[in-house]
Design a protein around this ligand. Structure first.
Ligand SMILES: C[S@@+](CC[C@H](N)C(=O)[O-])C[C@H]1O[C@@H](n2cnc3c(N)ncnc32)[C@H](O)[C@@H]1O
Length: 292
């Protein structure tokens, strides 16, 4: 079974609920509406009716941990200023499926076209700036960093990868850089040996400092203000906007265009498109776009 499939199944289990009649905590339509509204307001994520069981499964755990009696009490807690539960809520509703070198063609494109172009374009400044927006547990920015370290002369070039996510749990996993050994099965054997240390038990690996030092992990909500000015040469925002509505997507892609250099590249997820969302990018195929 592929890792994407395994992780997909685990995400499904993370959201699985028991049948309505045997549920531990009552959740009314009004409760679900309140939670969907909150999710949309804070994250841009749309929780449609088909996500109701998933929401139940993920939040029932919070309700149990907090010792609350039902979803109504949980919604009240979220509405209480200073309750501190908002991050628990956000971390519960995000879907973090990812893998090393997921959608490998994007990394091939970087190696064969985008990075050689940056070498020429920025030959004077010797700077490379990449943003992994919605980086989850770090597999995407580390795959970017491996590619950058194999193509660029990182001794002479100032190469930086900004890795951001809304979910604080996934960010700490990413910045630790420790993964179960099965997670690197999608990495070529030579790259596994070059860029990862195995621990004594052989069950986990840690990324080597060379690929870690290129990356800064930061918490950032894509629908809020961004503290950085850019410009970026390349942005990866993959499998993130799939959870947003078209208006939120339009605003986000417009802001990506503003913060990219002219001719910069944007890679999005396999089921996402800019078609009829924005005309500020030219489609190069395989979910790769170039800022016009
Ligand atoms: C399915 S993962 C994609 C990970 C990686 N980009 C990939 O394609 O493998 C989506 C990530 O987007 C993050 N996310 C969702 N809404 C966000 C928002 N408003 N701001 C920042 N990150 C967000 C989630 O926390 C989650 O980690």
């Amino acid at each position: 079974m592929s890792h994407d499939l395994i992780q997909n199944t685990m995400q499904e289990l993370k959201g699985r609920s028991t049948p309505t009649e045997s549920r531990e905590f009552p959740m009314t339509d009004a409760d679900f509406q309140r939670l969907s509204q909150l999710a949309h307001n804070y994250t841009g994520i749309v929780l449609g009716a088909h996500k109701r069981d998933m929401v139940y499964g993920r939040l029932a755990r919070r309700i149990r941990a907090l010792g609350l009696r039902d979803f109504n009490a949980y919604c009240d807690l979220l509405d209480t200023p200073g309750s501190g539960e908002l991050s628990g809520f956000i971390n519960s509703i995000t879907t973090n499926l990812t893998s090393f070198f997921r959608e490998r063609h994007h990394f091939d494109f970087l190696r064969d076209r985008a990075l050689p172009e940056v070498k020429q374009r920025n030959a004077h400044s010797k700077k490379l700036r990449i943003w992994s927006a919605g980086c989850s547990t770090g597999e995407e920015p580390y795959s970017l960093s491996i590619t950058v370290n194999e193509v660029m002369d990182t001794q002479r070039w100032d190469c930086k990868i900004l890795a951001t996510d809304l979910d604080s749990n996934v960010l700490s996993h990413g910045s630790n850089g420790v993964y179960d050994i099965q997670r690197i099965e999608t990495v070529d054997m030579a790259q596994r040996q070059r860029w990862f240390f195995k621990d004594a038990s052989g069950e986990t690996v840690k990324v080597k400092p060379a690929i870690q030092k290129t990356i800064s992990f930061k918490r950032l909500n894509l629908i809020e203000d961004w503290p950085m000015k850019g410009p970026f040469d390349i942005i990866f925002c993959r499998n993130v906007v799939i959870y947003f509505n078209k208006d939120t997507q339009r605003q986000l892609f417009d802001r990506f265009a503003d913060i990219l250099v002219d001719g910069g590249y944007l890679c999005i997820g396999h089921s996402e498109t800019l078609n009829r969302v924005t005309d500020r990018f030219k489609a190069l195929g395989h979910t790769i776009y170039q800022k016009i």
